[in-house]
Structures are given as C-alpha cells and as structure tokens.
Design a protein around this ligand. Structure first.
Ligand code: NAD
Length: 246
C-alpha cells in the first residue's frame, strides 16, 4: 500500500499515464498529475481521484524544458512534503521513414521522451537522496529494444531511456532508490489509435497472447515496481507486451 506516499506522474491526462495515476491513487498515494496542454482532461482525472477519497493536484508543465520540470517536482514537495515515486510517462511520436524525417521531428521526440525523463529525474533525485528512499519508473517501449521502421527518433529515445535507467539505478542504489524501466508493447490508447485496422490486425497476429494490451496492464506492473516490497529490483527493463518480444 502507498498510504502517505507522494507520486508524480508525467503526462497523466490520458492513456497509460492516467491509468497509472488512478492505480497509485487507489493504493493510497497522493498524486501530482503533470499535464502539458489538456487542462479539461487532467481536471477529470483529479475529479475521479477525489471522488474516491484520494488527493491529487494538477501541475502544468512541458517536461522537455528543464525549468518546467523543476517546477513540477517542486510542486510535490510544496504540496505534500515529499516525493517518493516518480513515473516518467510523458511521450510523443512523430513517425516517418528515416530518409524523410525532419530534423525537428527527431529533436522533439528526443526532447520530450528522453530529455524530459532526464529533467524530472535530475530534479527529483536530490529530494529522494535526502529522504534516502525513492522509486523511479521510466516508461520505455519494446521499440527501444527491437527498433521499428518509421520510428528512428522514437526508438532512439526509448533505447536511451533504457540506458539512462541502468546508469541512474547504479548511481542511486546505495541510497535506497530503485530505478526501473517498463517497456509496453502495443497498448490501446490515443497514441496507437492513429494506426489503421489493417496494421493493428498484423500487430495482433504477432502477439502470442493474441490481443492488444490495456493501459491498466501497464499500471499494474508500475504499481508492483513502486511497492515497498520491490526494493530488491533495480536497473531492470520489464516488458508488458503479451509476449511480443522475448
Ligand atoms: P498518449 O499520447 O495517450 O499520452 C501521452 C501523454 O504525454 C499525454 O497526456 C500528453 O499530453 C503527455 N505529454 C506529451 N508531451 C508532453 C510534454 N512535453 N510534457 C508533459 N506531458 C506531455 O500516449 P500513451 O499511449 O498513453 O503513452 C504513454 C507512454 O507510454 C509514452 O511514453 C509512450 O511512448 C509509452 N508507450 C506507449 C505504448 C502504446 O502502445 N500506447 C507502447 C509503448 C510505450
């Protein structure tokens, strides 16, 4: 149970971030919900948590901007007095084949998906080091392990997340802070909704469990990793992918 713990989830307005926020709140954590643009969606998440007796505060900020990440992390300490759990979930795609990929599309995906996680970890770690405890979970992707045509930028960012997770885990382990990465496979969210039915059918055909994952499937793994009892698991990359990559 996470009673009295403070959890920060980036990109919590929808999809996987929203599901993680709801799950951690259900387990008793106080939530700092970061969002970038969608105020009405985040207000709904706050309301949903409050209606079940939980505490949640929405904080606007673009995680790719160092100072904004600092503001988001500070909100946790100011409002709830600590920061015990950081979930780096915010992410975007700007897909395209390598030969047509614009420099901006490469930079923006790296900036949000990889640097955004660094920015939040950079500001959260001094707080956790002082507390001598903490849980960091970075949302990577199976694409960061296997690569994927049309996603050079995204695959690079998600592979980068894995390297960063391992290096950070080594640096922070002696202070009781664990850092792990979760690599979702094909999860039904707005991000994947853009794909055609034909592409989805092909993907499902290659998944041993023969179905798409849900945001809840990812949230359940995150909840396990942030639990007090998971203190001997660090520097790992765990897939939630129906057996897609093994
Ligand atoms: P989504 O697009 O539904 O949600 C992404 C969230 O990130 C949104 O709330 C968005 O507002 C937020 N965000 C985007 N840019 C931001 C910024 N600069 N600052 C703060 N917040 C920002 O996507 P999702 O499917 O829920 O994905 C969540 C995470 O899981 C992402 O990191 C994604 O790469 C990863 N992932 C998703 C899948 C999948 O199949 N859906 C698979 C593997 C990994």
């Amino acid at each position: 149970m996470l009673n009295g713990k403070t959890a920060l989830v980036t990109g919590a307005s929808r999809g996987i971030g929203r599901a993680i926020a709801l799950k951690l709140a259900e387990l008793g954590a106080n939530l700092i919900l970061n969002y970038n643009k969608s105020l009405s969606s985040i207000e709904e998440v706050v309301k949903e948590i409050e209606s079940k007796g939980g505490k949640a505060i929405a904080i606007q900020g673009d995680v790719s901007v160092f100072e904004e990440a600092e503001k988001i992390v500070k909100a946790a300490v100011t409002n709830f007095g600590s920061l015990d759990i950081l979930i780096n979930n915010a992410g975007i795609t700007k897909d395209g084949l390598l030969l047509r990929m614009k420099e901006d599309d490469f930079d923006r995906v790296i900036s949000v998906n990889l640097k955004g996680a660094f920015n939040c970890i950079r500001h959260a770690s001094p707080v956790m080091l002082k507390q001598k405890s903490g849980r960091i979970v970075n949302i990577s992707s199976v694409v960061g392990i296997t690569g994927n045509a049309g996603q050079v930028n995204y695959a690079a960012a998600k592979a980068g997340i894995i390297g960063m997770t391992k290096a950070t885990a080594k640096e922070l382990a002696s202070r009781g802070i664990t850092v792990n990465a979760v690599a979702p496979g094909f999860i039904q969210t707005d991000m994947t909704e853009e794909l055609s039915d034909k592409v989805k059918e092909t993907i499902v055909g290659n998944i041993p469990l023969k179905k798409l994952g849900t945001a809840k499937d990812v949230a359940n793994l995150v909840a396990f990793l942030v639990d007090e009892d998971s203190l001997y698991i660090t520097g790992q990359v765990i897939n939630v992918d129906g057996g897609m990559v093994m």
